[in-house]
Design a protein around this ligand. Structure first.
Ligand code: GLY
Ligand code: MN
Ligand code: MN
Length: 445
């Protein structure tokens, strides 16, 4: 991403602020969080802040002013030789202003004196309403300082607008630079899944496969996993939010891996399910083919002009039919395919939705309903070129009376990342082995 990309995005936000009556926007980056004693969690900037700045130091705030003259202002940490010896380089306001193309930059320490001045006479205040008690309190303080000048003819903002509404719409449509980064993140994660498949054998533990994933992510320059990796052997796959643990991989079991790297602030999100020993058993293959067909049905309707939920509906039909065909659901008890869908019987084995937006955050921002018509029930989002979403159907069979025992404890999910285009969607994660034949071939090699 070049600095002009960030400047262009700030200009787009300013244009939207003009359209909504002008004012001042305040966007803070994420706080540093202590893990224990003197050890912090690895620092990760706030996605909104980074989207508009490319600036990854903590304790920074972006201020945008849409007025007679537009301004982009950064507050950041001062240079500090002592702290830089311990913690590393800081740009400081002067260098940050030049290198990141801001109109002005000030020290974060001066924010309480500068903000009331910048807020004075701004008609509207744009910020992430109610997202942080600390920010809410600071804004209250700055507003009250502005209000003390009322007899001098100064007015305080009297309209509050959630700046995320503007930013969410922008982030929902990925530009060419973002798509290029997401393609690279997807490639790395695909390679990591293939590596875990090649490593798998009975006797290893879940954390051994997690180590292979992390090794592959990091050696390609990924900064971190985009979310906690799920490596779930055998029955653990039926626990949706299971994390990689120390369960042993057993011959004859499946292992479900849901893991993706974050690269340069963009997430990838892949799930693959494969046999520990490299060969699917009959019942495993039967369920796997159903999930794979469900995913293909969803992928087939993932293109510009369809609705966000069309993929879920398409996958659900295939999954539910598969549940009837295999006897997971008893026709004599639950009725027809339509009955299964209307009455939600499928939820015993499929209890989540088929996808979500993907971008800087793994569950990325963006409304799931169309912005229009305002004031009525809005239809589900119409897909547009540049949107990226996951397609991730699954089947999870917990032991239960009436469920054929051959399928007990099988949990399968298949997840890819799809870029919406005018035609067939582009599967960013296409390099991760997926069909039974592909997986068995990779694991045999
Ligand atoms: N890994 C989180 C998800 O699939 O949504
Ligand atoms: Mn996932
Ligand atoms: Mn996902």
């Amino acid at each position: 991403m070049t600095m002009t990309t960030y400047a262009r995005r700030r200009a787009a936000v300013l244009a939207k602020m003009h359209a909504q009556g002008r004012g001042i926007a305040i966007i803070q980056t994420a706080p540093e969080v202590m893990r224990n004693a003197d050890a912090d969690y690895p620092y990760r900037h706030d996605s909104y802040f980074y989207y508009l700045t490319g600036f990854s130091e903590p304790e920074a705030t972006l201020v945008l002013i849409a007025g007679a003259k537009d301004q982009s202002i950064l507050f950041c940490r001062e240079k500090n030789e002592e702290r830089e010896i311990w913690d590393g380089f800081r740009f400081g306001p002067a260098a940050a202003k030049e290198q990141f193309h801001f109109d002005a930059a000030y020290a974060t320490d001066s924010i309480d004196s500068e903000l009331p001045r910048l807020m004075a006479n701004a008609p509207a205040l744009f910020y992430a309403l109610g997202s942080s008690a600390t920010l809410d309190a600071r804004i209250q303080g700055w507003l009250n300082t502005v209000r003390t000048q009322v007899r001098a003819g100064v007015t305080a903002p009297n309209v509050a607008i959630d700046v995320r509404v503007i930013l969410n719409e922008m982030r929902l449509i990925k530009d060419a630079d973002e798509i290029a980064t997401m393609r690279r993140a997807a490639d790395i994660s695909s390679e990591a899944h293939a590596r875990a498949m090649r490593t798998s054998r009975a006797g290893l533990r879940e954390y051994h496969l997690e180590a292979e994933l992390l090794h592959e992510f990091r050696r390609h320059g990924s900064q971190a996993p985009a979310y906690g990796s799920i490596v779930a052997a055998g029955a653990n796959a039926c626990v949706l939010h299971y994390r990689a643990g120390d369960t042993e991989l057993h011959d004859g079991d499946l292992v479900l891996i849901d893991a993706g790297c974050e690269l340069d602030s963009y997430a990838s999100d892949i799930t693959r399910t494969f046999p520990v020993n490299g060969k699917f058993s009959g019942p495993q293959k039967t369920l796997y083919e159903i999930v794979l067909a469900a995913q293909q049905a969803a992928i087939d309707v993932t293109r510009a002009g369809t609705r966000f939920t069309d993929g879920h509906d398409a996958a659900l039909k295939v999954l539910a039919q598969g549940m009837l065909d295999t006897g997971l659901l008893d026709k004599n008890k639950v009725g027809t395919l339509d009955d299964v869908i209307i009455n939600g019987h499928y939820r015993q084995f499929y209890m989540h939705r088929t996808g979500h937006w993907l971008g800087m955050d793994v569950h990325d921002v963006g409304e799931y309903r169309d912005p229009e018509p305002v004031g009525q029930d809005k239809p589900w989002r119409t897909l547009k070129p540049g949107m990226v979403l996951t397609v991730e159907p699954g089947i999870y069979v917990r032991p239960a009376a009436g469920v054929p025992e051959a399928y007990w404890n099988i949990g399968i999910r298949i997840e890819d990342d799809a870029l919406v285009t005018e035609g067939a969607c582009e599967i960013l994660t296409h390099k991760a082995p997926k069909t039974v034949a592909e997986i068995e071939a990779v694991m045999a090699s």
